[in-house]
Design a protein around this ligand. Structure first.
Ligand code: DX5
Ligand code: ZN
Length: 227
């Protein structure tokens, strides 16, 4: 089942509660946490996640683009995130961190920047609920989708299938009506979309449209057969 996660990075930060309501029907709300060190941009932290949790019933998918996630990620679970993604490039002990996130009650997810391959982390997949494949360099919304990431999506899906695991494969960056099908065909089943949702006249309709496109594309894809 294709899941669509609107990214509030493209929303109006002064009206976050309204912006969450505008995407009613979304599977998760994608919350980009940036610390101005791991990426050259600064967004929000734990207090805003706590407030968002109270403002919406949509589960929160926190994407931590921060240094030292080993130290900070558990606080996002406590703040109410249903899923917490750390970047493997920044994590000192990814296995320990994934276990801690799960033990605290959230889904644990590992993100890969475009230049980071999945293969070295094959043995970690059983510790994870999701792998996030960045399809732009992290830091900003509204960038162009990197086609060269499609083989990595495919290889990640293959590894997950080979190990018989139920690990979601999320894509983030430049996902829109013109790229979502390629991602789904390659093996993604969770789609983050910022500008494609919040830039649309009717954000909730954009979510439904992306989900239909992704579901239709996955139906015909080899990886989804028997899924
Ligand atoms: C980028 C963020 C994304 C961003 C995606 O570093 O991780 O979640 O909001 O925005 P779009 O969909 O506009 O590329
Ligand atoms: Zn993100």
């Amino acid at each position: 089942m294709a899941q669509i996660n609107p990214s509030i990075l493209s929303a109006d930060f002064a009206r976050l509660a309204d912006e969450a309501r505008a995407v009613e029907g979304a599977d998760w709300l994608h919350v980009d946490v940036m610390d101005n060190h791991f990426v050259p941009n600064l967004t929000l932290g734990v207090p805003i996640v706590e407030s968002l949790r109270k403002a919406t019933g949509i589960p929160l998918d926190c994407h931590l683009m921060i240094e030292d996630p080993d130290r900070w990620a558990p606080q996002y679970v406590e703040a109410g995130a249903g899923s917490v993604t750390f970047h493997v490039e920044a994590a000192a002990a990814p296995v320990r961190l994934a276990r801690e996130i799960r033990a605290k009650g959230a889904r644990a997810s590992m993100a890969l920047k475009p230049a980071t391959p999945i293969e070295p982390y094959e043995d970690l997949l059983s510790e994870l609920d999701m792998v996030l494949i960045m399809t732009v360099e992290p830091g900003f919304g509204g960038q162009a989708f990197l086609d060269i990431m499609l083989p990595k999506i495919r290889r990640t899906r293959d590894l997950v299938a080979r190990h018989g695991l139920d690990v979601w494969v999320q894509v983030d960056g430049g996902v829109s009506a013109s790229t979502v099908e390629r991602c789904a065909e390659a093996g993604a089943d969770v789609f983050v979309a910022g500008s494609a949702v919040y830039g649309a006249e009717d954000p909730a309709a954009a979510v439904r449209g992306l989900r239909e496109q992704a579901a239709a594309a996955a139906k015909g894809a080899a990886w989804a057969c028997g899924h």
